[in-house]
Design a binder for this molecule. Structure first.
Ligand SMILES: [Cu+2]
Length: 69
């Protein structure tokens, strides 16, 4: 299991937070996700044999938010 922290730009409220959470959770291979609105970070635990961090970042982008490198 791998854990990664992603910095996200564009989250303004609890609705944004749950949108990002749902988008990441929907990916096969993601075990858990915790989005911190204050720090604008998502902590994702995933199985690297099933998915990868780029797919997770893409889900955030597709949901309408920006991933900060
Ligand atoms: Cu919002």
């Amino acid at each position: 299991m791998a854990q990664e922290v992603i910095n996200i730009r564009g989250m303004m409220c609890g609705h944004c937070q749950s949108t990002v959470e749902k988008a990441i959770k929907a990916i096969t291979g993601v075990k858990s996700v915790k989005v911190d609105l204050g720090n604008k970070q998502a902590t994702v635990e995933y199985d690297p044999a099933i998915t990868d961090i780029n797919k997770i970042k893409k889900a955030v982008t597709d949901a309408g938010y920006e991933v900060v490198a």
